[in-house]
Design a protein around this ligand. Structure first.
Ligand code: ADP
Ligand code: MG
Length: 683
């Protein structure tokens, strides 16, 4: 899972003081707990404690507890934060009442049922934008054994036996016990416990009820329904954002979920009674259970001490999570990745004063624990993020491949035009050669006529020639009669134009080739450089974290070895520890090497980034040159066209003049004839 640091936050501690209950009143107990009005402060005897909240016994009304302590945690689930609510206190202090673990319809609504309601309310609001998956598990730790309260076999057995009026029995033969596992990422999971997929609040409530039925209960002196086990009801909320951007029904975007996938767990823990074993007043089996209960709570106390002591925490002191199943399971909730609330339940009765004081002291220490809740994503979300980045990059590359904003159609059109112009140039060139030869060496009329008529490709020229056809004779005459110097000029001009177009075309070809080469080179750098950089950066950070973790573990071992030395323990144990130490040293070295190689890779990446940038600039330069050249070719062709047109006009003028001349000649001839006739008449 990817982890992102959220704000540091302490474990919040609230006190829930219940009123005196029937038995206590009957025994004539007195209320020995005072709540300072308007302050979250509890006084018992000469002791005074301040908490985050105090509920009941004239503190804040208990009804505010859910909104102030638990509702924010339920909200946090939707942002990917794990959460834990712990109920602590002696048997009969109201833990089960507070949590609502033994949920019965029509009775007081505890934290668990209210959390469910809040959860489903929110899901209902978001279900159009987000896909939700809910799972629940319900386990119990009794005598250091984890029991699955939702195991279908247990549930069935519990039902049947309950039907017979007996309490649900314990283990189901043949079923492997539930194991606590720690993944490579440090996440604690239970293997072998049932996770029930639920879609409605009703289904979730059924799970809670069935689990509660299976829960082992027995009687002690203190409470005939007292629980000697820790019960953990866990809700897992998975969220997958739907394809479209998240919008609320009013059209406003919902900001709560910025990720595609989030997963968070809410642990609701009803701890076993915190009273000391001697107070259970029982011996034999029951007493043994008492000792076992204390093992979990003792370990919890030690964990709280280790985490709550700022000095110890700064020194990186060992936290004994592994001393009990309970603390292992709650590892993430205490000093780890969870927002945690502890509710210390107390009885106000004077006969419980000693236990109440113990509870308040215990709870007070828990306030110093700093948690570091982080958003839980999963690798799928990371992969999706990466793929989205790649998609963006590919889209950008596609635009680039199309010629930096010029559409591929444009490029194709330009290419066709260029090749057409090149062909035209070639033909013109050939034509001019022919013309020049005829004009200079053998200006023979019929052949010149044939050559010019045979011309097909120079469109402008062809048109002008067609228009002259009725004046064929005149035209050839006028050409022949034209000033030889003019003809020379014309041929020279056309020749110059052809050569220029030819060389410009070649230049353009050259540029195109260069551009192609550079662009294919550029493809060699075809990676999302930003994504790659981020990837390397992240890798480095991960390695650093891993290194630190290994170093920490090594230091811890070192300390252990030292203490073993001091204790004069057997060589065997010490050697084994030393061996472990060596492997850690080797691991650290390995990690350092990895880190260095990553740094090297990062450097190389930077270099290649620079090269790619340079190449990109070159491509840009070539493109601008190309545009200039194309412009030049067009301009030159246009100039030539204009010159040609004016030349044709001149020719036309000449032809007209030729006809007039002929007409004049005829006229003159006629006149002369007439004059001749006239003079003969006179004769
Ligand atoms: P625990 O789980 O700590 O052993 P319970 O929740 O079973 O204690 O509570 C013991 C008794 O006290 C129950 O009968 C319960 O109904 C009663 N009780 C606990 N808390 C309250 C409260 N806040 N208001 C009224 N009754 C309560
Ligand atoms: Mg209880």
């Amino acid at each position: 899972m990817t982890m992102e640091h959220g704000e540091d936050c302490c474990v919040k501690v609230a006190v829930h003081a219940r009123p005196l209950i029937g038995d206590e009143k009957l025994q004539g107990c007195k209320d020995c707990v005072t709540v300072v009005p308007g302050k979250p402060q509890v006084q018992i005897g000469t002791h005074s404690f301040t908490f985050d909240h105090v509920y009941g016994s004239s503190g804040t009304p208990s009804t505010a507890m859910f909104d102030e302590c638990v509702a924010p945690l339920v909200e946090g689930l939707f942002q990917g934060y794990n959460a834990t609510v712990l109920a602590y206190g002696q048997t009969g202090s109201g833990k089960t009442y507070t949590m609502g673990t033994a949920c019965k319809e029509g009775t007081h609504v505890g934290i668990i049922p209210r959390a469910m309601a809040a959860l489903f309310d929110k899901i209902e609001k978001l279900k159009n934008q987000v896909d939700f998956q809910l799972r629940v598990s319900f386990i119990e730790i009794l005598k250091e054994e984890v029991r699955d309260l939702l195991d279908p076999a247990t549930v069935a057995a519990g039902k049947v036996e309950n039907g017979n009026g007996h309490a649900g029995k314990l283990s189901v033969p043949g079923k492997p016990p539930v194991q606590i596992r720690e993944g490579s990422n440090g996440v604690i999971t239970l293997s072998g416990s049932t996770e029930v997929h639920v879609t409605t609040q009703k289904e979730m409530t059924t799970c809670l009820e069935q689990g509660s039925l299976s829960r082992a209960t027995g009687s002690t002196n203190m409470n005939n329904q007292s629980s000697r086990s820790h019960a953990i009801f866990t809700i897992t909320l998975e969220q997958m954002r739907k394809a479209d951007p998240i919008m609320a029904s009013d059209g406003m975007p919902i900001e709560e979920m910025n990720d595609d996938y989030l997963c968070a767990k809410l642990h609701l823990v009803d701890l076993a009674g915190s009273e000391r074993a001697k107070r259970t007043g029982s011996d034999g089996l029951r007493f043994k259970e008492g000792v076992h209960i204390n093992r979990g709570l003792l370990a919890l106390g030690n964990v709280i001490s280790a985490l709550g002591d700022e000095k110890k925490r700064k020194e990186g002191a060992h936290v004994p999570y592994r001393d009990s199943k309970l603390t292992r399971l709650l590892q993430d909730s205490l000093g780890g990745n969870s927002k945690t609330v502890m509710i210390a339940c107390i009885s106000p009765a004077d006969i419980n004063a000693e236990e109440t004081l113990n509870t308040l002291k215990y709870a007070n220490r828990a306030r110093n624990i700093q948690n570091k809740p982080i958003v839980n994503r999963n690798p799928i979300a990371d992969e999706m993020k990466r793929m989205r980045q790649q998609l963006e990059y590919l889209q950008a590359e596609l635009v680039l491949a199309r010629g930096g904003g010029v559409g591929s159609d444009d490029v194709q059109g330009l290419r066709e035009r260029i090749s057409w112009l090149e062909h035209t140039n070639e033909d013109l060139c050939r034509e001019l050669y022919g013309l020049r030869n005829h004009v200079h060496s053998d200006p023979c009329e019929p052949e010149l006529h044939k050559t010019v008529s045979g011309y097909t490709k120079g469109e402008g020229l062809k048109r002008s020639l067609q228009s002259t056809e009725p004046f064929d004779v005149l035209m050839t005459d006028s050409v022949r009669e034209g000033n030889p110097k003019d003809i020379d000029d014309e041929v020279a001009k056309e020749w110059e134009h052809t050569m220029l177009q030819d060389s410009l075309g070649k230049e353009l070809n050259e540029l195109n080739k260069q551009l192609e080469k550079k662009e294919s080179e550029m493809k060699g750098y075809g990676h999302d450089t930003v994504a790659l950089k981020q990837h390397f950066g992240k890798k480095l950070m991960e390695l650093e974290e891993e290194k630190r973790a290994v170093q920490k573990e090594r230091d811890r071992l070192l300390a252990e070895v030292e203490s073993l030395n001091a204790d004069g323990q057997t060589h065997k144990v010490r050697d084994a520890q030393l061996q472990k130490l060596k492997t850690f040293e080797a691991q650290i070295l390995e990690l350092k090497k990895k880190q260095e190689s990553q740094v090297q890779l990062l450097k190389e990446k930077q270099k290649s980034d620079e090269a790619a940038k340079k190449l990109q600039e070159e491509i840009h330069f070539i493109k601008s040159q190309k545009v200039q050249l194309q412009h030049k070719i067009k301009q030159e062709a246009e100039q030539f066209r204009q010159w040609k047109a004016s030349r044709e006009k001149e020719l036309l003028q000449l032809r007209k003049e030729g006809r007039r001349n002929e007409y004049e000649r005829h006229k003159l001839q006629a006149l002369t004839q007439r004059q001749k006739l006239g003079s003969s008449k006179e004769d």
